[in-house]
Design a protein around this ligand. Structure first.
Ligand SMILES: Nc1ncnc2c1ncn2[C@@H]1O[C@H](COP(=O)(O)OP(=O)(O)OP(=O)(O)O)[C@@H](O)[C@H]1O
Length: 299
């Protein structure tokens, strides 16, 4: 395992921000870290990069403790942005690259490569404060990856980006993973985590409440969902036996059902009523699991 957290605990005064957290993340994996606001994610990231010390437990990178001095090995895109508004993009990236042990002659070509890749080359000589939120986000991501870290922590890397730019950055992040970077990916956008990660952990009040392979987590969740779109009023289905919950959608219904037999009964009941555009039995989404485990107060 590249990164291991062993029974890590961190308190601030009377608040236990992280309680007995154990994780193992293999090298070259993109690992999803989820949790409601205040669940302990940022505290965990700060401990991993050595900015905070745990009260107990240990954190190791390739069997060695990570210290802040080794920041060259780690890239961190924090949720709260940390660029200097008055500095030009190029000066900023050169400064940050040097802080991580790079030489200017190595920084400039890498910086230009990423600026071009993120369609931000026009901003090289602009001050950060003159850039849109989405473009600042791109610069912040470049700052986290410029020095080619072995471990990359991305906290909401796609916030503030339009769908086209999300795709550009997502592709780059997946490529970094494919080239061997170990990535911790944290987001409230469940579909991004679902799409990009194999394993995940859901933190709740400082403790892991769900962990493992996403496919297995879904299978073990034990709930089944049926999506129906019909060209007639099929609301009579909502009260059928075996229907546990109903979500009304713009084009139809999404039902939580007891078992596959219920789906068969519904299928029979729909026969002869008109055209059914969609009838699909689905696994739970990460959103379903998150809401069930963390509470309906958070969606
Ligand atoms: N420096 C600090 N001093 C006191 N309490 C803190 C400090 N940092 C975090 N906490 C507390 O620890 C808990 C976990 O906070 P943390 O920022 O790690 O959560 P998070 O999962 O990153 O939340 P979010 O999704 O809102 O960023 C919260 O109750 C928070 O108030």
């Amino acid at each position: 395992m590249a990164l291991t957290l062993n029974e890590v605990t961190k308190s601030f005064g009377g608040t236990e921000a992280v309680r007995g957290l154990s994780l193992s993340i293999p090298e070259g994996e993109m690992f999803g870290m989820l949790g409601a606001n205040g669940a302990g994610k940022t505290t965990t990231f700060r401990m991993i990069i050595g900015l905070l010390d745990p009260n107990s437990g240990s954190i190791e990178w390739n069997n060695q403790p990570l210290t802040y001095k080794e920041s060259g090995k780690v890239g961190y895109l924090p949720e709260e942005r940390g660029l200097y508004p008055k500095l030009k993009v190029a000066d900023q990236l050169i400064y940050l690259g040097k802080l991580r042990g790079m030489k200017k002659k190595d920084i400039v070509p890498k910086m230009r490569y990423w600026l071009e890749r993120f369609q931000a080359e026009a901003y090289e000589q602009q001050k950060v404060e003159e850039l849109s939120k989405g473009n600042q986000q791109k610069i912040q991501l470049i700052a986290a990856i410029l020095h080619e870290p072995e471990l990359l922590i991305l906290d909401e890397p796609f916030s503030g980006l339009d769908p086209l730019n999300v795709e550009i950055l997502k592709k780059a992040v997946v490529e970094l993973k494919e080239n061997g970077t170990t990535i911790i990916f944290s987001s409230h956008r469940m579909e991004h985590v679902e799409e990009m990660c194999e394993h995940l952990c859901i933190l709740h009040k400082g403790e892991p409440v769900v962990g493992g392979h996403i496919r297995e987590i879904k299978q073990n969740f034990g709930r089944k969902y049926l999506v129906i779109e019909a060209e007639f009023d099929c609301s009579f289905i909502k009260t059928m036996d075996g229907v546990l919950a109903v979500e009304e959608r713009a084009n139809g219904l999404r039902l939580e059902i007891r078992d596959e037999e219920t789906a068969e009964h519904i299928f029979e009941a729909l026969q002869g009523c008109g055209r059914v555009r969609r009838f699909s039995l689905e696994d739970p989404s990460l959103n379903d699991i998150f809401i069930a485990k963390v509470g309906a107060s958070y969606a």
